[in-house]
Design a protein around this ligand. Sequence first.
Ligand code: LR7
Ligand code: MN
Length: 577
Amino acid sequence: PRAAKEQLDVQELPLKEDNQIEEPPNRGPHNTSSVKEEKQLQNNSIIVKGRDTHPVKASVHQVLSLDVTAAPRDPNAIGQFGQPATVPSEDSLKMKQRWNEGHFNVYLSEQIPLDRAIPDTRPEICARDVVHDDLPSTSVILCFVDEVWSTLLRSVHSVLNRSPPHLLKEIILVDDFSKKKYLKENLDHYMANFSKVRVIHLKERQGLIRARMAGAAVATGEVLTFLDSHVECNVGWLEPLLERIYLDRSKVACPVIDVISDQDMSYKMVDNFQRGIFTWPLTFGWNALSDEYVKKNNMTAADPIRCPVMAGGLFSIDKKYFYQLGAYDPGLEVWGGENMEISFKVWMCGGQIEIIPCSRVGHIFRGQNPYQFPKDRRKTVERNLARVAEVWLDEYKELFYGHGYRHLLDKSSNDIGDLTQQIQLRAKLKCKSFKWYLDNVYPELEAPLVKAAGLVFNRGLRTCLSVHTGVLFFETCDLSKQSQHFNYTWLKQLRQKDLCVDHEANEGRLTLQPCSVERTALRWLHKSSKSKLVGHNGAKQPCMEVVKSSKVHILHLATCHADSLFQQWEFTNYYTE
Ligand code: LR7
Ligand code: MN
């Protein structure tokens, strides 16, 4: 624990006569100011090498490793220094009873000092790093609904105690219509002691997305810093975030999110070299950079790491830039998907998202949301994601729907709301395509536009499906004929251009119909090259079959037979398992 000792450890760096910056010792290769940071994305590089392009005469100081507490810290206090704490066995019932208030150890949290010290988890070189004297100020915005009192206060105290006062314009607490009495009655009173803290009580539940926008609307700082309401900001957390934005206003800077254990409230450092990514269907995840990658690129533990997407809750963004981007889509409800939205928007519309390893904030990861969703939780998140997919994913939205969300395409039972403004915004900002994003920001993602493609070969007939004047028939396989090329898509359509094979239109005889994402009669199940094409046609699940005839072979639906070769179809190419 190096907490209290480091109070106000402010050290000006020696400046040369001509006011040029003296290189501090040991700053590591990532900081050599002779290397100009490239404005352009360099060939899919994940890390950001080199330094800024700020004027050489700017004055700088060593990062302020502040950790200011009002009272001397009690080294024997429970949970002090981020140590794990235990509940005595006679209290274990109380602990269990209070668990669901926050879906973490609420009982324990109450015994831990509100301004406890935590271990400084920054890589060692960070404390020696320098930042500019004239960094922009920030408004820190914490939104919450029915947050546990002790964790909400601990979050606020960690910001107050570990942020350089001149950079902390204010803390805005946005109460998203909490029901808990203490939040309605005691919070304003408590916070009245802190001139920088403002509390806003929303008149109805807005969800975290619109609550954040309500906070942003009244913020007066140059930068917005969003945090969850159950965090602990670590020593030196703020300046490295603001420094990145100072250097480039279109950068969105995220701290490393350390773990506060939901069980014993200990503060745990997470592995370095992780970035935020997603897999289909827009599921957020962490991705560790491989040792080889780190080695090959001479990465130091302090190099910013580019992230295809951010986790969502903790980041700093230039306020003007946030509004230039149109903030969040206000049509997103309650929780979920907004991290995808802001991430795609930032990257595709000219910005960048980085994790700054020298900035660390602990977060309580919980098994469940401790608050109610006004509507069904699953449906709320799905709907948010569908809005994001419709606005940002272009043709790749089929991959989103195709990974378990096809039911959302049925507009009669899924109203995802009006998207006109979001689509207009994207056009107005002249944002790049999702393909550009995949190629340049996240080339590691597997995103084949179709599951299978090419000729559709029938094993029994040993010829291929073809189209002539809008009608299906069979002919000798010939890859050079476009009329024999089909796609098997994520929406399970068997498709040629705008026409799809339909298993209902003509009572079992298969026809081609205009493709439509909603029509289930256009969906076929086809698992692999060994499998049949099964129409989604109620419980019977009949199979696509060709009946051999001396005149015109008949293509129809039939009862599935395990060994019928006339029901087995094979595409030339398969792009997925
Ligand atoms: O209706 C609501 N109104 C709110 O004000 C719902 C929530 N909230 C508040 C809530 O009290 C909390 O402070 O919003 C904040 C985030 O809600 P959490 O803590 O329940 O979310 P989470 O930590 O489980 O989820 C992550 O993903 C969310 C998706 O919408 C948000 O982006 C969260 O901010 C985000 N949290 C983080 O990024 C921290 C690291 C988690 C990871 C990975
Ligand atoms: Mn959270």
